[in-house]
Design a protein around this ligand. Structure first.
Ligand code: GAL
Ligand code: ZN
Length: 676
């Protein structure tokens, strides 16, 4: 059976617009005002009930759904769809008080208490029993309710627990993975430091220890933690699906968030959704945001996804929280639309008066509707209706970038050549030049089918399986262009070093191999074969060409720094250092030339993001200056209705959504030339 997806919400509604709605924080007379203001703002989706466990179940086994009935009825009367949350992210104090074993324990053995949120042990049977009993009743109660459009399971999964029950669950997981203790000892390399396990009971979570913990144990622990949470997610999801097979199920991700292997999670959801809060102090935030959005699109298999949470203005959880200047809310939201989002939601609808987030912005601020912020929200809601036609439209990309959670986990263990190698920063440094050049990139897992892409970039893949390395090799032989960054292909899935010259499983396709990692302090001068120089930093490798040409060399001793190898029908690049951004730009251009891929704009402009979605070309000015952007073809701006012939002028934070005339096929025998 095909599962319902985001289209079941957007069909008839167009783009989704709304936010988290927490009516339990307000007296009921406020709800009516909420509904009226939501309608006026064009809100068509709200997430309800995320933190309502204690309100629904004030004491063990009690059920108070009457208030929630009234909320859902009100939303239905107002024509607003409900993304109903299972409130299991924050159990009430009575659960932790009566059953302390449901509370999580940190790696030092300290129990974490209630009084905040997220205080549950993913492997606690008692937590699960209480959570599922509530979810069952919630699902039964609201199955068939006309407002119910989407299920939101829990909130931002990422909990970790080191209690005895978690250790037991970890052992069960390990038994399923390895079968017996001998295999576990082998996989974890326990002959090292006398770590051999003679009895399963000895195997525990990587609790606080005197010195560096076994990296293979740590890697399996991270796999287990992600799987344990996923197992809980699935248990809730299955209950929901049983009661409401036609209602899609999601849970909100947090982008490149380390604890949860999003590739394995996304397969289990009907809708991919994300919470994203760009750092206003980071000048590169627009590009980082684009990367995160591209990851969501990748997780959604190239289809639409939902921006579940963003801030209308300031957050409250960074140390210093400036508001978003006028226009940024719109710019950031339209950036998500451009990169495949079909829904733009906020945390939250109405600003809280009390609690830990009383200084977090909202769509409706404390000062009320008659404010510049709320006026921007209304205008944005209106404008999104003009863009309804983009819902469901694809974002085409010919370039893929590989990212993998287990490799990330394995790379960042203690005890390596340099702890300055960071998987996400490495990914971002390779992503940035493509973003700047208006080249759309899909994020994919290492196991993805690469054959549809002209260029595949692997910024870092420290851990690689034989199968994935084999598929990358075959991809190049079949005509693909592959770029591989440093310290890739180093360990196998157990985090054991692959012996021989590195990167052992990619050596043949790269036509190069190395023998030593040489992290460096300060910049290292490098020289392109043509003579131009650039700096690299942090990392160098002692590599020899084995058929590859040396495209750039370390200036000091002439050893290869960047190599290019023709293999079969394709080309493979290897980068044995960390080039500065301009040099990565040069590298991106050369690889794009090999792949025959062009950027969207004839002349990219600094700070202007360009991306196509469906028949619309989005241009977003993230910079601080007005720019004139030459266009590939004349077009009409969907947002202003004005025609753009040859170029558009974009003020800071301005956005253009350009529709180009569709190329017409001349009737057969007719030799009219169409010039666009
Ligand atoms: C998210 C969370 C929301 C709210 C928001 C504040 O992490 O899901 O409940 O806390 O952050 O930015
Ligand atoms: Zn636990």
């Amino acid at each position: 059976m095909t599962r319902p997806g985001l289209h079941t919400l957007t069909g008839g509604r167009g783009l989704l617009f709304g936010g988290d709605y927490n009516p339990e924080q307000w007296p009921e007379h406020v709800w009516a005002e909420d509904a009226e203001l939501m309608r006026a703002a064009g809100v068509n989706l709200v997430t309800v009930g995320v933190f309502s466990w204690a309100r629904i179940e004030p004491e063990p086994g009690a059920r108070d759904f009457a208030w929630l009935d009234r909320v859902l009825d009100l939303m239905d009367e107002s024509g607003i769809a409900v993304d109903l949350a299972t409130p299991t992210a924050s159990p009430p104090p009575w659960l932790g008080h009566r059953r302390p074993e449901t509370l999580p324990v940190d790696e030092s053995g300290h129990r974490l208490w209630y009084g905040s949120r997220n205080q549950f042990c993913p492997s606690s049977p008692v937590y699960r029993e209480h959570a599922l009993a509530l979810v069952e009743d919630l699902a039964a109660r609201y199955a068939g309710h006309p407002a119910l459009a989407l299920w939101h399971v829990g909130n931002e999964y990422g909990q970790v627990c080191h209690c005895d029950e978690s250790a037991e669950a970890f052992r069960t997981w390990l038994k399923a993975r390895y079968g017996d203790l001998d295999a576990l000892n082998e996989a974890w390399g326990t002959t090292f430091w006398s770590q051999r396990y003679g009895d399963w009971a000895e195997v525990v979570t990587p609790r606080r220890a005197p010195y560096i913990i076994n990296p293979s144990q740590q890697l399996d622990w991270r796999r287990f933690c992600s799987d344990a949470l996923l197992d809980h997610f699935r248990a809730e999801r299955d209950l929901l699906r049983r009661h409401t097979p036609d209602i899609p199920v999601t849970t909100n991700f947090m982008g490149l968030f380390k604890p949860v292997d999003a590739w394995s999670w996304a397969r289990e959801e009907d809708v991919v959704s994300n919470d994203h809060y760009p750092d206003p102090a980071d000048p590169l935030a627009p590009a980082r945001t684009a990367l995160t959005h591209d990851l969501m699109r990748g997780l959604a298999g190239g289809g639409p996804w939902l921006l579940m949470e963003q801030a209308a203005s300031a957050v409250n959880w960074r140390p210093h929280n400036p508001p978003k200047p006028p226009g940024r809310l719109r710019l950031e939201s339209l950036q998500a639309v451009a990169r495949g989002a079909d829904g733009l939601c906020y945390f939250q609808w109405r600003a809280s008066r009390f609690g830990a987030e009383r200084f977090h912005s909202a769509m409706l601020p404390h000062a009320g509707p008659d404010t510049r912020l709320h006026a921007e929200i209304r205008a944005h809601g209106r404008e999104l209706r003009e863009l309804a036609r983009v819902a469901g439209r694809p974002v085409p990309a010919r370039v893929a970038m590989v990212f993998d959670w287990p490799s990330w986990w394995a790379l960042e263990e203690r005890g390596r050549p340099s702890d300055r190698l960071n998987a996400v920063e490495q990914l971002f440094s390779y992503y940035l030049p493509f973003w700047e050049r208006g080249v759309t990139v899909d994020l994919v897992p290492p196991s993805a089918d690469l054959t549809g892409y002209a260029l595949v970039v692997v910024p870092n893949l420290f851990l690689v399986s034989d199968a994935d390395a084999g598929a990358m090799t075959a991809y190049v032989h079949g005509g693909g262009v592959l770029v591989v960054g440093p310290f890739s292909g180093i360990v196998d899935p157990r985090a054991h070093v692959r012996t021989g010259r590195f990167p052992a499983p990619l050596r043949a396709v790269l036509g190069a191999s190395g023998e030593e990692w040489q992290p460096v302090e300060g910049p290292v001068r490098c020289r392109w074969a043509g003579g131009a120089e650039f700096d690299a930093h942090t990392w160098t490798e002692l590599v020899a060409a084995e058929g590859a040409e040396t495209v750039a060399a370390f200036a000091g001793d002439g050893r290869p720094a960047v190599l290019r190898h023709r293999a079969g029908e394709g080309v493979a690049w290897y980068v044995a250092t960390m080039p500065e951004p301009d040099a990565l730009g040069e590298l991106a251009e050369r690889a794009l030339a090999d792949a025959g891929v062009d950027g969207i704009l004839p002349e990219p402009r600094h700070g202007v993001e360009a991306v196509r979605r469906g028949e619309i070309l989005f241009l977003l000015n993230h910079g601080t200056e007005t720019v004139r952007v030459p266009l590939p073809r004349p077009a009409t701006d969907l947002l202003t209705g004005s025609a753009a012939d040859g170029h558009v002028v974009l003020a800071p934070r301005a956005v253009a959504a350009l529709v180009e005339p569709s190329p017409q096929t001349p009737p057969p025998g007719d030799d009219i030339e169409i010039t666009l």
